[in-house]
Design a protein around this ligand. Structure first.
Ligand code: G
Ligand code: G
Ligand code: MN
Ligand code: NA
Length: 253
């Protein structure tokens, strides 16, 4: 309960910080996008994982405020990178959205954040987990269509771990499937079947793919061979602070 009160304060004071993990093209190895990842560095308790505080925010009614903070801060950072680096800035930032944020407020909130910072909608990709989509598939589909109509990109996160039917997937206006890192980890044990099938499915639906959790050069090579569009993971880059990402992207350009 104390932690909930502290989380409320941390959100209000904008003490939840974002790190940005680069996402790389398999065509030429260049970094093209980032995923923004929330971090809470608690004064006494140390680092608290989003795997802990996002569910806590969901249970305590704080997720709306946290979601707004993450959206606004990501847009603010993109606009700052544009000013600092021009064309070398990341083309896009992926923002994670909780199942509870998937309501009628989300499209206007995204639109307002983009406008506040003077960004075109295609600079943002909204990541929604497969399980969040399946909570209320009809309502989710409607909200995704509204987001697409704005011009933002849409990605299904942790793809392959939920139970969405392929028939349902075909009617979602998404741009990208993120291959869950469990299927990338399996590559090390000679199991290419699921990663290969997800990439092939995405290609047949004209969707791009981001392979997540790439931890070795061997995995990167195998995923490139299988036809993944983008790679993300510790072997390519850790999540970076906004300042480090600026220096890092400028150096790549
Ligand atoms: O970055 P890390 O691996 O610690 O993240 C753990 C989990 O928290 C992941 O499932 C990730 O998607 C989620 N997460 C990270 N940042 C955010 C955020 O800003 N919003 C939401 N809803 N989830 C996030
Ligand atoms: O669920 P989601 O895909 O949004 O989770 C993103 C999380 O994955 C981030 O919190 C990040 O810290 C973590 N992550 C990023 N790269 C790797 C990696 O190579 N291996 C593992 N195990 N986790 C990673
Ligand atoms: Mn994600
Ligand atoms: Na994921």
């Amino acid at each position: 309960l104390r932690l909930v009160a502290e989380l409320r304060d941390a959100i209000e004071r904008r003490e939840i910080k974002l790190l940005y993990q680069p996402i790389f093209s398999t065509v030429d190895g260049s970094p093209v996008a980032v995923e923004s990842l929330a971090r809470w560095d608690h004064a006494e308790r140390g680092a608290i994982s989003p795997a802990v505080f996002v569910p806590l925010a969901e249970e305590s009614g704080l997720i709306a405020g946290l979601g707004l903070l993450v959206l606004d801060e990501t847009c603010r950072q993109l606009a700052e990178w544009d000013r600092l680096m021009g064309w070398a800035a990341p083309a896009r930032a992926n923002v994670n959205v909780s199942a509870l944020q998937l309501d009628a407020n989300l499209p206007p909130q995204v639109s307002a954040a983009l406008e506040r910072h003077g960004l075109t909608p295609s600079r943002i990709s909204i990541e929604i987990t497969e399980s969040a989509l399946m909570k209320d598939p009809d309502s989710a589909r409607e909200i995704l269509h509204e987001l697409r109509d704005l011009g933002v990109e849409l990605a299904i996160d942790d793809f392959g771990t939920g139970y969405s039917s392929l028939a349902y997937l075909r009617h979602l206006p998404v741009n990208c499937l993120k291959v869950d890192r469990s299927f990338v980890a399996e590559l090390a044990h000679g199991h290419t079947e699921i990663a290969s099938a997800v990439i092939a499915l995405a290609r047949s639906l004209n969707l791009s793919t981001v392979a997540e959790g790439v931890e070795t050069p061997e995995q990167a090579a195998e995923l490139t061979r299988l036809g993944a569009t983008y790679l993300q993971g510790f072997s390519l880059s850790q999540p970076l602070t906004g300042g480090h990402a600026a220096a890092w992207f400028a150096a790549q350009g």
